[in-house]
Design a protein around this ligand. Sequence first.
Ligand code: NAD
Length: 288
Amino acid sequence: MEISGRTRLLCLIGSPVGHSGSPAMQNYSCDRTGVDAAYLAFDIKEEQTKEAFDALRLLNVQGFNVTMPCKTAAAACCDELSKAAELIGAVNTVVNENGKMVGHITDGQGWVRNCRENGVEITGKKMTIVGSGGAATAIEITSALEGIRELSIFAIKDSFFANAETTVEKIRANVPGCVVNLYDLADKEKFYQEIADSDIFTNATRVGMKPMDDATLIEDKSAFRKDLVVTDVVYNPRETRMIKEAKEAGCKVVPGIGMLVWQGAEGFKLFTGNEMPVDEVMEKYFKD
Ligand code: NAD
């Protein structure tokens, strides 16, 4: 696409942004679907979020993505928030709706869509999930909003643990139909009991990510029943040790790379109304 006087701006703010795959996949998708916009990345520190937000409003940006460490500060700058963004208290996508800046968070939607594209529906299911950080909170709240029946959340007692306590309170207050409980990951007996009673198991922690790629949350491989779906948020490496071992045991697996692409695709749809050509994007930018 040629840049003209009418070309609109899309962008990413956060720090660091140099490694991000978003400019490549969003520009490719604009090009392929005929959207007259260009997507750039700007290195913005957390304390600069409000200034950047005001500048983008002045430039009449079409929309922008927000990455760490600006996701929470950006939520506070929005004129309106989606239900998930309001409950999570963070945004990763902001859409300029004729001057009104509307904040969304697509990480959880990306996970749900990645499951669906792999033939896994979450409505009415029970999931055991480990994690209390950004990715975990997004998946926990979005899956509750999307109709999951029961969530058993496990987390280590680090500085993130209080987030998980807040998440449980928010789900209980806003999605009363979803049963949610929080447990200490140190209680391995309860951990394996809950997995045995679940349809889905999800790792939403850093465990398994390089350089921790020899680590797995599931040491007892007998937990991998053939009818258990095993999903991971980690995408570096593409297949974590947990995903490899679950696959070998005959489980259906849903690796984290699809979540990454689908959260971008959900953002692209919010920006442009168009579907991202996900298969092409995956092949071109995210193949090993
Ligand atoms: P975060 O820093 O917000 O949270 C980290 C989480 O890991 C916390 O819950 C922490 O308690 C847990 N943790 C750390 N060490 C642990 C251990 N030894 N045992 C158990 N739990 C442990 O990080 P985040 O932003 O939530 O990212 C977590 C992972 O998810 C990263 O690998 C990140 O790359 C990935 N991620 C993937 C996507 C995607 O689209 N696929 C999106 C966001 C994050």
